[in-house]
Structures are given as structure tokens and as C-alpha cells.
Design a protein around this ligand. Structure first.
Ligand SMILES: Cc1cc2nc3c(=O)[nH]c(=O)nc-3n(C[C@H](O)[C@H](O)[C@H](O)COP(=O)(O)OP(=O)(O)OC[C@H]3O[C@@H](n4cnc5c(N)ncnc54)[C@H](O)[C@@H]3O)c2cc1C
Length: 295
């Protein structure tokens, strides 16, 4: 089917693009694996989105989703984008093909895998990247959080609602989380200079092995939450876009257009340095206005 504008990804950048595109009366489609993106992983409240002093990721997602009207929605993964004679062709994992005059890539980022032994084997059986999704499964159990940045600390603070004991392992000599988050993390045991080596168990996780100052140590935990940063999802546009060394899409910062006319990239997926909800929304709005002018 032919559209004026197709958006790939329904995080805050994609949903804002959809709201703006529908208001411009463009025939719009949003294709996304899910609705909400990283906000769905926001275990504690968001305190820096204007208009809401405090709001959970889930509440903000549903408010944005309710505002997306007069837009077709397909819940699938896009695996390829091509351009022929000024028309883009988008192919999904389910082998559907959609055509559009303008495409906005808003595919954000996914949790970084550590590639340690046991990580894949125990995924869903003790290993998780999302405490909001899986936290309640660890009621009265001991858990380890891998990563001492804000995401790791926020996960730990959220897990205080459930876990009997919480460890944070950080591979550097000190943690990077804000002082505010560190203050909220009282009662949590932080182990620095600790490099995770293996996740062990039987049917479910029951131990992690890590290296501390050259010595191998273990902790008996039932849950491992990996919070080691995010990698942009830029595998599918191929040579229609140029990537930087972090595999982020390089864009013109006035229009958010990529090197290909009519192809835009907004939010965490592009090379912008500030990765925040309000920034992603602003870029989505800007790209649609320029996409509209392009059509
Ligand atoms: C734990 C955590 C806490 C955070 N806290 C805050 C905060 O307090 N305040 C703040 O401003 N920001 C916060 N952030 C950052 C904020 O969530 C991101 O900057 C924002 O979500 C980026 O939005 P986005 O739309 O660019 O991408 P994302 O939110 O990553 O959304 C991308 C969407 O694209 C979809 N997708 C990906 N690939 C494909 C594909 N090939 N085909 C179809 N769909 C695809 C995904 O399923 C997803 O729906 C936090 C992030 C995390 C992880």
C-alpha cells in the first residue's frame, strides 16, 4: 500500500512524528515492534518531561498512544528499506511490503548484550534487561544488577520493592550514577571493579561469577538485571544512511534528514548527543514538518 509518510518505531520520537503527520493530513503508517520503546523500561518515575512533575513510563506511553489518531498501525519489525524512483519500499519480517514518499526512522536503541557465558541461556530464566517487566518475579530473592550508571541504580531502587538483597556490580573503579540516585540506593551493596564472567544455574539462575581485583568471586543470586547501555537499531536501512563509529545515523541537525532525500532519522537512533524523551519528541515533530515540505 502507498503512504505519504511511514514511521518506523513507536517510542516517543515515532509517536510524536505520528501525531504531527496526522495533523498535516498525511496518509500515515507507523510500523513498530511495540508501543513505547525504552519508556516501557522506565521503572521509576520520569521527572523531566514538561507538563508532568512525575509520571511513570507506562502512563506517558499510554497518553502518547491515545493521541496517535488517524494513523495506520502495523506491529512488526522492519528488516529492509529501499528507494526506487523517489518511492521508498519497506519490508517487514512478516514479508509485507509498504511504499511511501517519506520515511522517518525512529527505531531508538536496544539493551547492550554483555556476551558472557549463560547470558543467552538464562534469558527469561533469571536474566533480564527490564525490571519493570520482570521485577515482581524476584520477590524475596537476591538479585544482581550489572552496571553502575543511572539505569543500573534506577533498576536497583525499583527492585527494593521486591528483592530481599540487591547487589550492583560496576566494572569501573567508581559508579557513574547521579548523586541523587546514589542517595536513593541506601541498603544496596555496590561492588566496583567487578567484571561479570559467567551466569550459572540449573533450570534457573542461581549464581554469578565475577572477577574482582584479579580474583574470581561468586554471588548466589536468582536474578541478573543487565543495564550496560544501549545500541542503536540501524541494521535495516543499509547504504541509504551513513553511520558514525557508534552505528548511529548521521543526520542534518536542522531537518533530521539523512544523506538520502526524504529519509529522516529521529530520537536515540541518530548521532545526537542528548538521548532524552523530550529531545526525541522535538526531533520527531521537526522531521515531519520537513518531510511535509519535501512532499
Ligand atoms: C532505564 C531508562 C530510563 C530512562 N529515563 C529517562 C528519563 O527519566 N527522562 C528522559 O527524558 N529519558 C529517559 N530515558 C531515555 C529515553 O527513554 C530515550 O531517550 C527515548 O525513549 C528515545 O526515544 P526513541 O523514540 O528515539 O526510541 P525508543 O524509545 O528506543 O523507541 C524505539 C521504538 O522502535 C521500535 N523498533 C526498533 N527497531 C525496529 C524495527 N526494525 N522495526 C520496527 N520497530 C522497531 C522499538 O520496538 C521501539 O518501539 C531513559 C531510558 C532508559 C532505558
Amino acid at each position: 500500500m502507498m503512504y505519504d509518510l511511514v514511521i518506523v518505531g513507536a517510542g516517543p520520537a515515532g509517536m510524536t512524528s505520528a501525531i504531527y503527520s496526522a495533523r498535516q493530513k498525511l496518509k500515515t503508517l507507523i510500523i513498530s515492534k511495540d508501543f513505547g520503546g525504552q519508556m516501557a523500561q522506565k521503572a521509576v518515575e520520569i521527572e523531566n518531561y514538561p507538563g508532568f512533575e512525575k509520571i511513570t513510563g507506562f502512563d506517558l506511553i499510554s497518553k502518547m498512544e491515545n493521541q496517535v489518531k488517524n494513523v495506520d498501525v502495523v506491529r512488526e519489525k522492519v528488516i529492509e528499506v529501499k528507494k526506487e524512483n523517489d518511492i521508498f519500499f519497506l519490508k517487514t519480517e512478516g514479508d509485507k511490503v509498504f511504499q511511501s514518499k517519506v520515511v522517518i526512522i525512529a527505531t531508538g536503541a536496544e539493551p547492550r548484550r554483555l556476551n558472557v557465558l549463560g547470558e543467552v541461556n538464562y534469558l527469561g530464566r533469571g536474566v533480564s534487561y527490564c525490571s519493570t517487566c520482570d521485577g515482581p518475579l524476584f520477590k524475596n530473592k537476591e538479585v544482581a544488577i550489572i552496571g553502575g550508571g543511572d539505569a543500573g541504580f534506577e533498576t536497583a531502587i525499583f527492585m527494593k520493592n521486591y528483592a530481599s538483597k540487591i547487589y550492583i556490580l560496576e566494572q569501573e573503579e567508581s559508579v557513574k550514577a547521579s548523586i541523587d540516585n546514589q542517595k536513593k540506593a541506601s541498603g544496596i551493596e555496590v561492588i566496583t571493579s567487578a567484571r561479570l564472567k559467567e551466569i550459572k544455574g540449573d533450570n534457573f539462575v542461581n549464581q554469578i561469577v565475577f572477577e574482582l581485583s584479579g580474583k574470581e568471586k561468586t554471588l548466589d543470586v536468582k536474578g541478573v538485571f543487565i543495564q550496560a547501555g544501549y545500541v542503536p537499531e540501524t541494521s535495516f536501512p543499509g547504504d541509504l544512511v551513513e553511520l558514525n563509529e557508534k552505528k548511529e545515523i548521521i543526520v542534518n541537525f536542522e531537518t533530521f534528514e539523512t544523506k538520502t532525500k526524504g529519509l529522516f532519522a529521529v530520537g536515540d537512533v541518530n548521532c545526537g548527543k542528548v538521548k532524552q524523551i523530550v529531545v526525541a519528541c522535538g526531533q520527531g515533530a521537526t522531521a515531519v514538518i520537513h518531510g511535509y515540505k519535501y512532499i
